[in-house]
Design a protein around this ligand. Structure first.
Ligand SMILES: [Zn+2]
Length: 293
């Protein structure tokens, strides 16, 4: 599933490529992927220009000069691929062969036709969506009203993080950091990596984690997210974006999908278990299970 760093990778690529283009047409073959009425698309999207590409949590916001915004949520298997008529190509999101193959293909749900280029929204499992809405209404949709602060923003402090976690004091720390209303955009990979970095067992109740460890977790989460953005996302299959970069965070992961391998810090074998309903990777030596000490 594309997580915050992959969505940020998409955002940066599209922010470079989309402004200056005029939207000339939209073709959608699946209503739930793009539910807007044709008349609204015609009036507020066709002929418009993308003025900015923003991100909030895992949602992309393509702002148009009609004062409408095209929201995109990639969900499980979504990806966006930009292809210029001259051949330049940029794709990111869910890593599969559609990023580099012939498009449209059988995963293409929406094609946005631009002057001299196309933007493909591919989504094999069809949980993702695109939606056009008036820009002033964007902050009022349920999703944005509930979502927590951006973990990498300058004004998100360790103190904010701890205060927000205290509202979930009886839940496990892993469930709490995966809760998008506590902090935006932390998914399974970064939860496991951050908890390993802070030496906290994911099944520990929030109220049982010391302030020192919560400070460490705040730093560890920001570090792994930033590292992943620097590496172009967490893709575990090789693909190349327009600048020839491979998404490679999983190459640098310390515990995620490393069960059976030695912990890079202490050499103990990494184990996989289930916490907060998710596959969870820990070093049982660095991350003592709750009640064991
Ligand atoms: Zn260890």
């Amino acid at each position: 599933m594309p997580e915050l760093p992959e969505v940020e990778t998409v955002r940066r690529g599209l922010a470079r490529l989309l402004p200056s283009h005029t939207i000339q047409g939209v073709v959608s073959n699946y209503d739930r992927s793009f539910p807007n009425a044709a008349a609204d698309v015609q009036q507020f999207m066709i002929g418009s220009h993308v003025t900015a590409v923003k991100r909030r949590g895992k949602v992309l916001l393509l702002e148009l000069d009609t004062n409408f915004t095209l929201l995109v949520h990639l969900k499980m298997t979504g990806q966006l691929v930009y292809r210029a008529d001259g051949g330049q190509r940029f794709g990111a999101g869910h890593p599969n062969d559609s990023l580099v193959g012939k498009l449209p293909d059988n995963s293409t749900r929406v094609t946005v036709e631009l002057d001299g280029a196309k933007l493909f929204f591919n989504d094999q499992r069809r949980f993702g969506w695109m939606r056009l809405m008036p820009t002033p209404e964007v902050p009022n949709i349920d999703f944005f009203k509930k979502i927590g602060p951006e973990p990498l923003s300058a004004d998100f402090t360790a103190q904010d993080f701890k205060e927000r976690l205290q509202r979930r004091s009886n839940t496990t720390i892993k469930a709490a950091i995966l809760d998008q209303s506590v902090v935006a955009g932390i998914g399974n990979i970064y939860a496991d990596e951050g908890l390993w970095g802070a030496r906290i067992h994911p099944a520990t109740r929030v109220k049982d984690v010391s302030a020192v460890k919560l400070n460490r977790l705040y730093t560890a989460l920001r570090d792994v997210l930033q590292l992943s953005i620097d590496k172009g996302g967490s893709s575990d299959r090789n693909y190349v974006d327009a600048s020839g970069q491979k998404g490679s965070y999983l190459t640098f992961a310390n515990v995620f999908r490393r069960e059976g391998q030695p912990c890079p810090r202490c050499g103990h074998e990494i184990v996989k278990s289930r916490v907060a309903g998710r596959g969870t990777h820990t070093c049982p030596n660095c991350q003592k299970p709750p009640g064991s000490v």
